[in-house]
Every structure is written in structure tokens, then in C-alpha cells.
Design a protein around this ligand. Structure first.
Ligand SMILES: [Zn+2]
Ligand SMILES: [Zn+2]
Length: 311
């Protein structure tokens, strides 16, 4: 079973505009299965919220910066963290990121590196020096985070390929970073329902969702829904669910298999595509991406190619 959820959400306990119960109601009514409220420096205890329609994953957004470059924000989500964790500023960005990751992992959580292109604060070098973060936001719906990069900076998806090519296995998420639930929904506001993850679970529980995130048994989406994605031996399969109009307006899809440095190894317009990982041409990893004719995407997680297949 697949569950759909958002891993980055703010309420009026930090800089969002609505209280936690209202935010939960909003997501539940839109068909989400789970939610992590990740206010800046604060953990909302799910037990205190009356929201039985959603599985709530306790979370926090650690918001800091290095001593050497205090104008460049370092924001790291701790998912599954049940109490606030203290962060320390270190001299460099990578040391400060590492301190956040360690604090989250020591508190029993999963670390997600948020919006690297917010103020273009974090590059592949900063992140590749760290260890222990499982997740990287490759899409963030906030209007000021430049997920697609600009003339001078690569997109976060390209940054992800740089990390994977350098041997750092990290899984890609799409999130809302939602702040604005009241008033008008428009591109310049940080509204909900722009990016999400679908996680494969055996039961409807926070523990199962966290297990799926840690093991990469999920995909990220801005509107493309998959029927399934799986690896069977050396075959990487992607099956698109073309039946559900509510997940996008696309009438055509391209599935691409991508290797080192973002190179497209194979592409197909079939609803179900399989790629033989032995034909990855020496690539260290293979990941898949589906792009709809409406521009909406789904990103599947990287699979490492065993050494003996690469020779
Ligand atoms: Zn942030
Ligand atoms: Zn945020």
C-alpha cells in the first residue's frame, strides 16, 4: 500500500499562518495520508492534536547558519524527532550541517537537508562532506527557494546527481514547505499541495512510513502518480498510474533512467518501462524520473550498481 504525505509544514507556532489542527484538517481533506509538522525549533506533539484521519510524524526544522557565513541559512528537518534538539554553530557550513544531522540522529530521527538553493546557501561540496542525512529536498514548493536554480546555480536535481556521482547515497523528496493556508492560493505564497512523497508501507503507521523513507522505498512527486516502482533482480521497473486525473493534467509521459552526472541512459513513453541495470554503461547509480506533458514530475530513488556489473 502507498501512502501520500508532506514532510515539511509550518503552523502559527513558528512562521505559518494557521494553527496545527487547521493545518491537519487541510491536508486530511485533500486526501493526504500523513503529515509531518516541522516548525522552526519546535516539536508539535501529535498526541495533542485531534487528527485521526492523518498519520502524524513528529518533526522539527532546525534553522541555523555557520559562524563563517552567518548570512547563508542552513535548514535541516528532523523527522521522527519527539523533542526539540539543540544545535551548535560551527565555523564552516559542512560542520554545522553535520552537527544538525548528528543531533537529529542522536534523537532517533531522520535528517533531511532542506532547500539547498534558498539564498543559494548550500552546494554539492558542502553536503558531500557530511554523513548521515538520508533525505534531500529536490523539490520545495516555497516561492523563494529556487529548486530549479538560476543562470549561475544548478538546480537541486543536478546537485543531487553531483552528490550521487561522488558516492553519497541520499534519497530525494518533494515537499510543500507550506506556511499559508488562509487567504488566496497563488504562486507567490507558500501554499500547500505542491510537492509530496508516496511511501510504500505494510501498515498505516508512523514507524512504517519512517522505515520506507530510510530504505528509499518511496517516490517524490509534483503531480505524476505511479502505480508501482520496483527493482526485480537487475530490472528497474516504473509503472505510471494514468487513471487518476486528480494527480495532474498530463496526457503523455516520458520515463527517463538517469545515471552519473545526470546522464539520461534510456527513455520511454510507455506506461510501464523496465530498464536493465546491467546496461547502465559503467554508471555508479541509476535513478528514474517521469515527466508529464503538463510539466509535473515524479522522481524515483537511486539504486547503486554493484561493482561487478560496472566493469
Ligand atoms: Zn527552511
Ligand atoms: Zn520550512
Amino acid at each position: 500500500m502507498w501512502l501520500k504525505g508532506n514532510l515539511h509544514t509550518h503552523t502559527n507556532l513558528s512562521d505559518g499562518d494557521s494553527d496545527p489542527s487547521e493545518v491537519c484538517r487541510c491536508y486530511a481533506e485533500s486526501g493526504y495520508d500523513f503529515l509531518s509538522i516541522t516548525d522552526h525549533g519546535i516539536v508539535v506533539d501529535p498526541v495533542e492534536l485531534d487528527c485521526k484521519d492523518l498519520v502524524l510524524i513528529p518533526g522539527i526544522e532546525l534553522s541555523t547558519a555557520s559562524k563563517n557565513e552567518p548570512h547563508l541559512p542552513i535548514h535541516i528537518n528532523g523527522l521522527g524527532v519527539r523533542a526539540p534538539v539543540a544545535v551548535e554553530q560551527w565555523d564552516t557550513k559542512w560542520q554545522t550541517i553535520q552537527n544538525c544531522i548528528d543531533a537529529i540522529v542522536n534523537a532517533g530521527g531522520i535528517a533531511q537537508i532542506n532547500h539547498p538553493n534558498f539564498h543559494f546557501a548550500l552546494n554539492a561540496y558542502d553536503i558531500s562532506l557530511t554523513r548521515g542525512a538520508r533525505l534531500l529536498e529536490i523539490y520545495n514548493g516555497h516561492p523563494q527557494v529556487y529548486s530549479d536554480g538560476d543562470e549561475a546555480h544548478v538546480s537541486v536535481e543536478e546537485l543531487w546527481d553531483q552528490l550521487l556521482t561522488n558516492g553519497l547515497l541520499i534519497y530525494g523528496t518533494a515537499v510543500d514547505d507550506s506556511h499559508h493556508f488562509a487567504g488566496e492560493f497563488q504562486p507567490r505564497r507558500a501554499n500547500p499541495f505542491r510537492g509530496w512523497v508516496c511511501v510504500r508501507v505494510r501498515e498505516r503507521s508512523a514507524r512504517e512510513i519512517l522505515r520506507g523513507l530510510v530504505t528509499g522505498d518511496f517516490y517524490a512527486s509534483t503531480g505524476v502518480r505511479l502505480e508501482d516502482v520496483w527493482v526485480d533482480g537487475w530490472k528497474y521497473h516504473v509503472a505510471i498510474d494514468t487513471s487518476c486525473a486528480s494527480f495532474g493534467e498530463a496526457d503523455a509521459y516520458v520515463t527517463q533512467f538517469i545515471g552519473d552526472n545526470g546522464r539520461v541512459l534510456h527513455e520511454s513513453t510507455s506506461a510501464h518501462t523496465e530498464f536493465n541495470l546491467r546496461q547502465a554503461g559503467g554508471a555508479r547509480y541509476v535513478r528514474a524520473r517521469v515527466v508529464g506533458s503538463d510539466g509535473k514530475k515524479a522522481w524515483c530513488q537511486p539504486r547503486l550498481i554493484p561493482e561487478f556489473w560496472r566493469r
